[in-house]
Design a binder for this molecule. Structure first.
Ligand SMILES: Nc1ncnc2c1ncn2[C@@H]1O[C@H](COP(=O)(O)OP(=O)(O)OP(=O)(O)O)[C@@H](O)[C@H]1O
Ligand SMILES: [Mg+2]
Length: 307
């Protein structure tokens, strides 16, 4: 549904996006990660026909982003939640959406139905007659999400859609993304929230001007060697560590001697065995778990890689 080949954008001397080739299937939720200034927003702007590319190819469905006629068709089939929400501030929430629906040529009855549905879903129905300019950041963000969905787009680009939202609203939006996924919409999600990406995305790409890696979260995890099981002993014991080393060659210990880390390709599955081995070796376990957010560790390694 979304295809790029060597997609590149330069602003003067600055290469913002360098030779990015990726492919997003229909109905897929695709997470786009990368540090500030990595080129995520620039990529989305090119895909949404908001700025022109410097070189390379990009297609949405059967259409080419750089062809005039095609770009009109692309705009009809996509919805965009941009990084700066850009609402008509003097107009009410309702009128913002109504204006947008008109621009998309939606019939009045369909417009009314959609506006009511999305304002309700995002908790803004009570505020429908209030000027958008007086909204809080999070409320504006929600209105931008409603606007992006109004015309029932097949493909949705969301640039950090939960960045300004309180935890409850962020969860509403995430659940909502999962509902859209059930409807087989294709979603391209820029985000810095790794837990969010892990929860909603089928596949992930890591960008730092160039593409560093693409794959499912667990594929990326395997690329950097997997997660580890962490065990905290009730008391440091060299004898216990020496005994465990015979069985677990990847065992490392923290300086305090209390924390033991075991590299593992299946940390969740291996916790019971490891805990049992520690106890057999004479250790007492205070805590056992899997270290950190796996995607976070993976991200931190891959974003710096030379790939
Ligand atoms: N209109 C522009 N003119 C000049 N440089 C630009 C322009 N837009 C973006 N850039 C540059 O392109 C690079 C990528 O910016 P971009 O906004 O795409 O990053 P991003 O990955 O979205 O970052 P963030 O996580 O902070 O949103 C940056 O170096 C930025 O300064
Ligand atoms: Mg951005």
């Amino acid at each position: 549904m979304i295809e790029t080949e060597g997609l590149t954008k330069r602003f003067g001397d600055v290469t913002a996006v360098d030779s990015v080739s990726l492919s997003v299937a229909e109905g897929e939720v695709f997470g786009f990660l990368g540090p500030n200034g990595a080129g995520k927003t620039t990529t989305v702007r090119m895909l949404c026909c908001l700025i022109s590319k410097t070189s390379g190819e990009a297609r949405i469905g059967d259409y080419d982003v750089s062809k005039g006629d095609d770009s009109i068709k692309i705009r009809k089939m996509i919805g965009v939640v941009p990084d700066n929400v850009g609402l008509y501030e003097p107009l009410s929430a309702y009128k913002n959406l109504d204006l947008y629906g008109r621009l998309y040529g939606m019939a009045e009855s369909k417009r009314k139905e959609s506006i009511e549905r999305y304002l309700n879903l995002l908790g803004l129905w009570e505020k429908r007659d209030v000027a958008a300019g007086t909204f809080s950041k999070g409320m504006k963000q929600k209105l931008a999400i409603a606007r992006a969905l109004l015309h029932d787009p097949e493909v949705l680009f969301m640039d950090e859609p939960t960045a300004n939202l309180d935890p409850e609203s962020a969860k509403t939006v995430r659940d909502f993304i999962l509902d859209l996924k059930k409807e087989k919409r294709t979603i391209f999600l820029n985000s810095h929230n790794l837990a969010e990406v892990e929860r909603v995305c089928d596949r992930v790409a890591i960008l730092n001007t160039r593409l560093k890696a693409t794959g499912t979260p667990s594929e990326l995890e395997r690329m950097v060697g997997g997660r580890s099981v962490v065990v905290d002993l009730a008391q440091a014991s060299e004898a216990v560590v020496a005994s465990l080393r015979k069985k677990y060659s990847g065992l490392t210990t923290a300086q305090d001697g209390v924390r033991l880390s075991f590299t593992s390709s299946d940390p969740d599955g291996q916790i019971p065995d490891i805990v049992e081995a520690v106890v057999r070796a004479g250790g007492r376990v205070k805590y056992a778990g899997v270290e950190g957010s796996s995607l976070e560790a993976t991200y931190l390694q891959l974003v710096k890689s030379d790939a």
